[in-house]
Design a protein around this ligand. Sequence first.
Ligand SMILES: Cc1cc2nc3c(=O)[nH]c(=O)nc-3n(C[C@H](O)[C@H](O)[C@H](O)COP(=O)(O)OP(=O)(O)OC[C@H]3O[C@@H](n4cnc5c(N)ncnc54)[C@H](O)[C@@H]3O)c2cc1C
Length: 457
Amino acid sequence: MSTTTKQLQERTQGAVLVPGDEEYDGHRTGFQLLDPHRPSVIVAARSETDVRAAVEFAAGSRSPVAVQASGHGLASPTEGVLINTRHMSAVRVDPRSRVAWVEAGATWRHVVEAAAPHGLAPLSGSFPGVGAISYTLGGGVGLLARRYGFAADHVRRIDLITLDARQHQVTEEADPDLFWALRGGGGNFGVVTGMEIDLFPVARIYGGNLAFDVQQVPEVLDAWRRWSTGVPEEMTSAVTMLTYPDLPMLPEPLRGRHVAQLAISYAGSREEGDRLVAPLRSIGPVMNDTLRELPYAESGSVFAEPDQPHTYRSRNLLVNDLDPQALADLTKAAGPSAPVMTVAGVRHLGGALAREPRIANAVGHRDAAYAVSVLSPVQEGERELVAETHRDALAPFAGAALGCSLNFAFGPLGEDEIRSAFAPADYDRLREIKRRHDPDGLLHANHPIPPTAARTS
Ligand SMILES: Cc1cc2nc3c(=O)[nH]c(=O)nc-3n(C[C@H](O)[C@H](O)[C@H](O)COP(=O)(O)OP(=O)(O)OC[C@H]3O[C@@H](n4cnc5c(N)ncnc54)[C@H](O)[C@@H]3O)c2cc1C
């Protein structure tokens, strides 16, 4: 360890790790195993003071600095300083004002578990292991999305350390520009140490999933699309489609089968939920039906996503309409003839997501009706094939595309793609706010928004 990193260690409670240290690998990797960070220094932060020391160290040495919570979103690794926030996972709930204070590294599981005893729920997403802060910085489309809107629409305060090592308590009153940018603009403007978010009086939902064999019900995606156009805002749903490999470790009924799983999250009673999903149950023979009334604390079972870290890439498009032919093509793209295993997903948006929040934020494309995504595990030597497969799979949706969602983009994006996530004027405003707080672009955000060029006088 060099003199400077030793000095850094003297200032931090959490460990300072360099390559070769025993805990180094465990702290640079997270859920995404493809292209992990290869930092020269990791600060395993335990407090705001640690984060501040790490930022000061990075800025002082003109080194890029990145943040990792649970590593689900990692798209572009850093070789500079990595602030790992995993040990900062405290959550405090105030049931009377229905808010939660969430530390930088808390996952949704931490927040859901803290809120549930009070009959409250956060606007968490499909997978409870995802970092609550990163998700919210990127907008955040959750299981109650059509009922309450984006997670970023329900943030009250954000504690932030900017690259000049200043601490900010960002609210609409204290700093309207930063408050606007941080809610939807991602981790581009500083390191968030904690966030105060709204909770909602949702103790139970009606949810789970319905699985169909696509060979038996080839038009399942289009049937779901038609159904989705008539459901109330309390109903949030999505389709995930994939072909399971024919492997002995999988349950027999799934092996080698092309399956469409309709994920349902209804913020209402079982009776009403049952009535609403009846048309879906009659699309064709149901392979598996897990729909039930469940405590929100079990909401991770709705999408039932795999929880083992792995290597993956994903792309997406936000669209204002779903063309039946494009859906038929997507069905094929996730089918047995796909060049690489591809998981196609379509989420139903609209409802409260389409309405401006009380205090405007940077979230783009509120008018999108659906998000279409493709995801593949990436095996050695398959990167280009995966990229090509994803481009081909999304091509039929290009005509209806408004842009993309950065939260659902698992892989590096070009600047045009990052720009496409926002309204043009909002993107320019984000770049200007970036210039004010990080003119040299030292903060290496997942999907970086470049600062506008410095003004010459
Ligand atoms: C299985 C799975 C399910 C998902 N489900 C949903 C969903 O339902 N809805 C949805 O909207 N999204 C969903 N996502 C996307 C997810 O919200 C984003 O990928 C998110 O960025 C992941 O956050 P993380 O903390 O887990 O990842 P990380 O890789 O740890 O963080 C991602 C990025 O966030 C930034 N960041 C993290 N912490 C901070 C901080 N303290 N300060 C500043 N910047 C920071 C950094 O730029 C970092 O690179 C899902 C992703 C996966 C893999």
